[in-house]
Design a binder for this molecule. Sequence first.
Ligand code: SF4
Length: 159
Amino acid sequence: MEVGPGKFLLTRVDDAARWAQSSSVWPLTMGLACCAIEMMSVTDPHFDIARLGSEVFRSSPRQADLMIVSGRVAWKMAPVIKRIYDQMADPKWVISMGACASSGGVFDNYAIVQGVDTIIPVDVYVPGCPPTPDGLLHGITLIQQQIREGGRGGFLARS
Ligand code: SF4
């Protein structure tokens, strides 16, 4: 459909709201381990997360709608992560970034949670050790897709 002088665009309020929401997914400022270094690099000009509308990392869970679990989760951290997740307003999404967050990775021991999805629901898994910044950006586009088209959980990003 063309939009211009003398022309107009029809849509549903629901669709407009989903479009706006998917274009401004704000991640929580939270890094857990080595994967967090790759997460931070998506904000640099080379990867430019701003083109997805997600450059605003918020320090307060009340102002964030995306939690990126970037690295291994120690059992000591598990209640903290759950509490922060609970403090985020609905609707909210979660990306499990890296092998450790998704399955414990190389840390198959008593101290590490063997998959953060045993504590909180996960919408997108980004594989890798560590995943590339491109992989994380792909994960965020999958979150956007979920917001626009509906459906939750279990999406796998490319590494
Ligand atoms: S997946 Fe690899 S890079 Fe990420 S936290 Fe685990 S060991 Fe570190």
